[in-house]
Design a protein around this ligand. Sequence first.
Ligand code: NAP
Length: 260
Amino acid sequence: MNNNLLSFSLDYFNLAGKTAIVTGANKGLGQAYAVALAKAGADLFVVARNDDWDETRTLLEETGRRAEFFQADLSNRAAVKQVAAECVRRYHKIDILVNNAGTILRSPLLEFKEEDWDAVMEVNLNSLYLLSQETAKVMVDQESGKIINIASMLSFQGGKFVPPYTASKHAVAGLTKAFANELAQYNIQINAIAPGYIATDNTAPIRADEKRNAEILSRIPAGHWADPSDLMGTVVFLASKASDYMNGHILSVDGGWLSR
Ligand code: NAP
């Protein structure tokens, strides 16, 4: 008989005693990830570009968990390099990192400005890489940790009018695998969530475009845009012991979009 089978319980999803960093959590998906992790028992270290975090603070207070806030513009590498150290200073450890902060700029490919390319790559890719590297050093010493990157449908597809966004999200998928390959030996799991089409500020312009909106809706098997709350179970799963043998995986939460 395999006694391990009887060890399994819903406690595997419990994050009590864990400390989680979530970037870009003042709104949108980051806010949902932060609340989900707190609801599962984790204490939060919220990283935000501006201190407009009252709503997130109120939501986190409702969960009864500790929440610390840190202002950092992730397009500034010096600021990025402070994040992990500041979390360790306040909590003495980092169990979970959710690399959520991201930006998108839209323009036809042939007109895309060089500075806009750089701006998107700096936040979506370079800051994710640097923060993951700094955090992984802490996790290696701890001999445990979970890094959850936020990928996209454009980690698999080309998209239109968003070339650096597509390039950055393909690279996020690649980095997820590269980190998993090197860090699995230290009991660190690095996976990514690839959200489908979620109603947030990021997608407001395409939801406001009647034609684009109808095209997208007709292609989503679920038939509707997701709400940020639809991603909450996935982030808890990837942050928890329940996913300990998953590594380097890009997990789509897309209402069936990629199955089409
Ligand atoms: P959102 O509502 O626009 O939120 C983006 C978050 O990132 C905001 O909190 C924003 O801060 C933060 N951020 C942007 N640039 C930053 C910087 N330089 N420094 C620090 N924080 C910065 O969009 P969202 O939809 O929730 O996006 C969250 C993540 O999911 C992104 O990585 C996005 O690419 C990804 N995603 C979204 C969808 C979707 O359909 N919505 C689909 C796939 C992937 P401010 O509040 O200061 O702007």
